[in-house]
Each structure stands twice: as C-alpha cells, then as structure tokens.
Write a protein that binds this ligand. Structure first.
Ligand SMILES: Cc1cc2nc3c(=O)[nH]c(=O)nc-3n(C[C@H](O)[C@H](O)[C@H](O)COP(=O)(O)OP(=O)(O)OC[C@H]3O[C@@H](n4cnc5c(N)ncnc54)[C@H](O)[C@@H]3O)c2cc1C
Length: 404
C-alpha cells in the first residue's frame, strides 16, 4: 500500500504569528510546511521589539486581558486568547525553547535575556528539526485559489508554487522603514477586492513644543511615577522626554492631540503637599520649597522651572496646583514609521470564524495584518501568537476534513 502524499502548506511571514502557525502545523505528520519571508532575515519586527526589552505577554485574568483589544468583541477575544493563552505561550518559550521568562513590573512578562535573538534562533532551529523549510527573500506578489489548491507567485521568482493551504501572516504597517506608509500586501489585497482599512499609527509618541532650555536639562530623561490624564483616560507610569515630545506607555494608552495633564506626584494629595511645604522654615522660593520636600525628580523640576508661567513660579499655591495637574499640549502623533503598532488592516468581515478569507478558500489570515489593535504591554505579541496558533489549528483541521 502506498502512503498518501503529504499536504503542502505555506506560511507567509516569519513574525511571531507566522512562526506559531508553523509550530502548530508542524505537529501534524500529514503536512509539509514551508515558511516564506520577504526579507533576508526572519522575524525582523520581533527583533526590533526585543531591542527595548522583549515583553512577550501580560499577567491578567482572561477577562481583563481580553478587554484591552479593539476589533472583535471581548467575548470573541476571550475565546481566542483562551485557545492559546499567555500560560501556553510562556510554557512554550520555557519548555520547548528552553528560555527563562520572568514577570516584571507593571505585570509584564519578559524573556530573561530581554532580547529576541535567542528566542528567534531557538524557534527556527526547533521548526527546522520538525522538517519546516524556510525561504527568505521571497516576497508574496500574488495568489489565486480554488476549492482544491492555492497558487502563489513571488516577486522576482520565476517559479509558481502550488499549495493545499496557505497562512498569510504578513504583519501590520508600523516600522516599515524604506517600504513606505503601507505594506505592499495591502495593494495586492485591494486589487483582489479584499477590504483593507486605512492604516494609522498606534502605540505612538506625540510631539510637544519643548523649550530649548528645558530640553538641555531633560532630554532623554524619564518622568517616573507620574499620572498621565487625557480626555481618553488616565494611566500611571513613566514618560520619556524626547527632543520632539513624549514617549511611554501612558501616552501609548491615552495619548490624543490636545490638552492633557500630568500629575507629577500622584502619591500625595495637594493638601499633603501644602502641609509639607509649609513645614519648611527657611525663606525659600516656591520651587526650592517644593524641591526640598516633594521628592520630585530633576526632569519634573525642570518642567516646572522652564514651562510654568512666571506668575505661578512666584506663588506656592499655583505652583503646587501645577505639580498635581501640569497642563501640556500634545500636538500630532508621531508617524507610522515610528509607531509600535498600527490600527487598520484586513477588515474582519473578510474572514470567517476559522480565519479563512471568505473570497479565497484555503487562504487563512491572522496576526497584526488584521484590523485589530491593543496597547503595548505584551498584548500585541500575545494576540499575534494566539492567532498564529488558531490559523495553524484551522488549517490542520481543514486538511483532516479533506482527508476524510
Ligand atoms: C519598536 C517596537 C516595539 C515593540 N514592542 C512590543 C512589546 O514590547 N510587546 C508586544 O507585545 N509587542 C511589541 N511590538 C509589536 C510586535 O512586534 C508585533 O505585534 C508583532 O511582531 C506582530 O506579529 P506578526 O507576526 O503579526 O507580524 P510581524 O512581526 O510584522 O511579521 C510579519 C512578517 O511578514 C513579512 N512579510 C510582509 N509582507 C510579506 C510578503 N509580501 N511576503 C513575504 N513576507 C512578508 C514581514 O517581513 C514580517 O517578517 C513592538 C513593535 C515595535 C515596532
């Protein structure tokens, strides 16, 4: 008896979603998996994310976890994240890749070595050992599908490839570098009448008109333990002062163009600050009095000194009010090329509950190329691997259906 030929599966994109789809698929003995990546190297964005400390997931109940996402309903997110949960992801990294993880401050999970290079290396070695083949410098240029097969063509590659199923996990529109404002796949999709919603920068810094004198003292320094408030909400955390403005999680969560406020001392009330300042016996200026008792950092004091108006600087009451609610105007968000993630992408109405493109059977789609978003804090990578897993699972189940 001759054994049945293996079903051929292509995974397009070597980000966390693509690698997790390949991982799930390579568990099946009846499929052959090939990963195609347009760049010379694999997982570029994962490596970029790792350059500022690889925050792989978040510690929260599934209810709280699923509440941070846009796109699907909270119940749908909960189901998705439950299918490949933060615990599953951490366990995969620890047990299958042999890397240590830890829970850091603000409930974020990190890999111990903070960078993504070892994770990426061990992951590709694991996949190669399971028989997955990688093709770099293969940029998907077009696809066609019928109920049996999917045909793929790649830029500057004469050969046409035939597959039984294809997973498209080509990422969003942030940090594209020389590629421009939209990933090239977006125009292929639009040409094929698949709706791709407009891309916008998300999880991004904002510009602020800082004075030169302030920047001289504070550029590159953090405003630690502040409470940031905008009309969209309030968040405790740390903000980084940059030449152009502000970066940091509170701004990524609730930044918006217009007036915002920063509480430079959220752990003390205005009354407590007043009592502390009045206890100073020396005849000091309001700012020196505050410096002596409020425990403000140098960049916070520089903000008061260089950006409070002159009348407030002479009046302790007014200056203390500014400590508790310093008004700033956020101008425009930084561009997509600098943002951590993007809003927009393949409209969710284009896929069914198995992540399969409704107009192109046997092609599945997931990860950041879909139109969903979340704040930073490990939520983006977690959703990408959960969806990569689900795409892999859906393909695996569909091949089993067709084998019956
Ligand atoms: C500066 C920065 C910091 C970040 N920090 C964090 C963090 O701390 N925590 C967190 O959770 N997330 C973070 N992220 C976001 C995280 O990196 C992404 O959410 C995640 O990489 C998305 O995974 P993905 O697999 O969907 O897409 P991607 O990682 O973008 O992978 C898609 C892959 O597809 C390839 N591709 C695209 N088009 C084609 C084509 N036509 N043919 C073949 N291949 C193609 C791309 O080259 C890419 O390798 C950060 C992002 C940035 C930019």
């Amino acid at each position: 008896m001759t054994s049945k030929p293996k079903l051929k599966i292509a995974v397009i994109g070597s980000g966390p979603a693509g690698l997790m789809a390949a991982t799930r698929l390579s568990n099946d003995s009846n499929v052959e998996v090939q990963v195609f990546e347009k760049r010379k190297g694999l997982g570029r964005k994962l490596l970029i994310a790792g350059s500022s400390g690889l925050n792989i997931s978040h510690h929260a109940s599934l209810d709280d976890f699923s509440a941070v996402y846009s796109g699907w309903s909270q119940a749908e997110w909960k189901k998705m994240l439950g299918a490949f949960s933060p615990q599953d992801w951490i366990q995969f990294i620890e047990k299958e890749l042999g890397l240590e993880t830890f829970l850091g401050t603000s409930e974020r999970y990190f890999v111990r070595e903070m960078k993504a290079s070892a994770l990426l290396k061990r992951w590709t070695v694991l996949l190669q050992a399971r028989g997955v083949r990688f093709h770099t410098q293969h940029e998907l240029a077009d696809f066609e599908s019928n109920p049996q097969k999917v045909m793929l063509t790649f830029k500057d590659v004469p050969e046409t490839f035939l597959f039984d199923r294809v997973a498209l996990l080509m990422g969003g529109a942030s940090w594209l570098g020389e590629e421009g404002l939209e990933p090239a796949w977006a125009s292929i999709f639009r040409r094929k009448k698949i709706e791709v919603t407009f891309f916008q920068a998300s999880n991004v810094g904002y510009t602020v008109d800082w004075s030169e004198a302030f920047l001289k003292e504070a550029e590159g320094k953090p405003l630690k333990k502040i409470l940031f408030s905008s009309p969209r909400g309030s968040k405790l955390g740390e903000l980084m002062i940059t030449a152009y403005g502000l970066e940091g999680t509170p701004v990524y969560f609730y930044g918006t163009s217009g007036e915002v406020q920063i509480d430079l001392k959220p752990d003390l009330t205005l009354e407590q600050l007043e009592v502390k300042c009045q206890s100073v016996r020396e005849n000091l200026s309001p700012i020196r009095r505050i410096k002596k008792v409020a425990g403000l950092s140098d960049p916070a004091l520089a903000l008061l000194f260089h950006h409070a108006d002159e009348a407030a600087k002479k009046d302790l009451g007014q200056l203390l009010a500014l400590v508790k609610a310093f008004p700033l105007v956020l101008k425009e968000p930084r561009p997509l090329s600098e943002s951590i993630s993007s809003k927009g992408g393949v409209a969710l109405s284009e896929i069914n509950e198995r992540f399969e493109l409704k107009k192109y059977p046997n092609l599945f789609c997931g990860g950041e190329m879909l139109d969903w978003d979340a704040p930073t804090g490990g939520f983006l990578i977690q959703a990408s691997v959960s969806q990569g897993f689900l795409v892999g699972k859906a393909i695996s189940e569909s091949t089993r259906d067709s084998a019956d």
